[in-house]
Design a binder for this molecule. Structure first.
Ligand SMILES: O=C(O)[C@H](O)[C@@H](O)[C@H](O)[C@H](O)COP(=O)(O)O
Length: 257
């Protein structure tokens, strides 16, 4: 697993723009190398703001959107089209504005599908399994870039401290009793997250500073799930100054004036 690199930007607005630019280049590079790419999106305010900045960046046309597989790290178990679904935010911010192949936008089914949360998680795990190739050596594709927001409690995706999902070796699980509403969610597990080539943890605001520090100081993954958010070849913590404000000196190189 890769040791995290930390990049710090002036504020949340600059951070979202910088992550968007980095994401465009990362996808272009992955597609140049392999002909296609797998991207895992995160929910949350900063995750969606980043996608909106991708849509607003003229260079996004350099991404071959029809050859991108879009996944989610987690989803709120809400009906299709619900304003609080991570999918809804992503479609409004970006996916409705680029020519993605609908067959390659892999949605975590909500209750309107007739599935229970457990069945929805199982279906997603199967979709991931079908997309995996022998060289991935596992039940999920080697995601090129996997985005994660982080909560003040150190959660990533819908993996909250001390919850059973953290001990699950499947790739996708249903989460009940989420401390962050809504209570029922679908989430990739840590093994699925750690199958990614690159994991980017994005965070802005003072309220994330403690979680960011714990995530970078090798806390236990059950107390701080973000501490296990590591990519196979690269891990980035992309922060604004406020979210980086509790890092020990020397950790966190300012990336923008
Ligand atoms: O479904 C969700 O809510 C997200 O997947 C969750 O993991 C989010 O990324 C963090 O809680 C950060 O959210 P904010 O960026 O809104 O603080």
């Amino acid at each position: 697993m890769s040791v995290p690199s930390v990049l710090v930007h002036r504020d949340a607005g600059v951070l979202a723009k910088a992550v968007a630019a980095r994401l465009i280049v990362g996808l272009v590079d992955a597609q140049a190398a392999k002909g296609s790419a797998h991207l895992v999106l995160t929910g949350g305010g900063l995750g969606v703001a980043t996608l909106a900045e991708v849509a607003a960046t003229a260079a996004h046309v350099a991404v071959e959107w029809p050859r991108l597989d879009v996944w989610w790290g987690d989803e709120r178990f809400l009906p299709d089209g619900h304003a609080e679904r991570n999918e809804t935010g992503a479609r409004r911010a970006l996916l409705d504005h680029v020519d993605v192949d609908p067959e390659r936008v892999h949605v975590m089914a909500g209750p309107d599908s007739g599935l229970t949360a457990e069945e929805s998680a199982d279906r997603y795990a199967e979709e991931l399994r079908k997309a995996a190739r022998p060289e991935d050596h596992g039940p999920v594709p080697s995601f090129d870039i996997l985005l994660l927001g982080i909560g003040p409690d150190g959660h990533v995706a819908s993996l909250f401290p001390e919850m059973p999902a953290l001990h699950d070796d499947r790739s996708v699980v249903a989460v009940h009793g989420s401390p962050k509403p809504p209570p029922t969610r679908i989430s990739l597990t840590l093994p699925a997250i750690r199958a990614a080539r690159q994991v980017w943890v994005i965070a802005a605001g003072e309220e994330k500073a403690g979680a960011v520090r714990m995530a970078l100081q090798n806390s236990g993954p059950y107390q701080v799930p973000a501490a296990a958010a590591r990519g196979r070849s690269r891990t980035l913590f992309l922060l604004d100054r406020a979210a980086a404000s509790k890092l020990p000196p020397g950790l966190g190189r300012p990336s923008s004036p």
